[in-house]
Design a binder for this molecule. Structure first.
Ligand SMILES: Nc1ccn([C@@H]2O[C@H](COP(=O)(O)O)[C@@H](O)[C@H]2O)c(=O)n1
Ligand code: CDI
Length: 159
């Protein structure tokens, strides 16, 4: 087969702070994120999609939350690592589609910046990186504003 598909999902709770990192973009918010790293759910979900397409486990196996090396880490380092793994195995990322799930912050105003940054990091055209967002109509933990979630799907093609 010359194509592979991968999917990823991540959740983080809101905590103290004044911003959330989403797709490498610092988004002002009245809450922060509880996480070992910078808590970027967009990048974590995307990394899990990339690792899933390679059947190489998940982000926690590559960057254990018990390892102080990853405390407050910039999640873009995880993304670059996953991109390297893809290249080493003779694949290249075709496209990625990501959905952020939260009531707030509003993602739409920051989506273009996220696409630009992620596409740059991944060596892709911006139209190969999609960022979408939805609320859960005030239902569940995202609806109550307790946390934020992201889902990602990606396609790998033979290099
Ligand atoms: N955090 C969010 C959530 C949603 N959006 C945008 O609003 C649209 C409507 O959301 P519904 O959950 O009511 O369907 C959605 O399609 C997004 O365009 C957003 O930007 N940020
Ligand atoms: C990213 C890592 C890094 O230690 O920790 P967290 O920032 O807590 O994020 P999570 O989505 O739980 O993924 C696990 C870890 O790999």
């Amino acid at each position: 087969m010359n194509i592979r598909i991968g999917q990823g999902f991540d959740v983080h709770a809101f905590g103290d702070g004044d911003h959330v990192m989403l797709g490498g973009v610092r988004v002002p918010h009245e809450r922060g994120i509880v996480a070992h790293s910078d808590g970027d759910v967009v990048i974590h979900a995307l990394c899990d999609a990339m690792l899933g397409a390679l059947a190489l486990g998940d982000i926690g196996q590559h960057f254990p939350p018990s390892d102080p090396q990853w405390k407050d880490a910039d999640s873009r380092a995880f993304l670059r690592h996953c991109q390297t793994l893809i290249g080493e195995r003779g694949w290249q990322l075709g496209n990625a589609d990501i959905t952020v799930i939260c009531e707030r912050p509003k993602v739409g105003p920051h989506a273009a910046a996220m696409r630009q940054l992620l596409a740059g990091d991944l060596g892709l055209a911006e139209d190969a990186v999609s960022i979408k967002a939805t609320t859960t109509e005030k239902l569940g933990f995202t609806g109550r504003g307790e946390g934020i979630a992201a889902m990602a799907v990606c396609l790998l093609v033979r290099a």
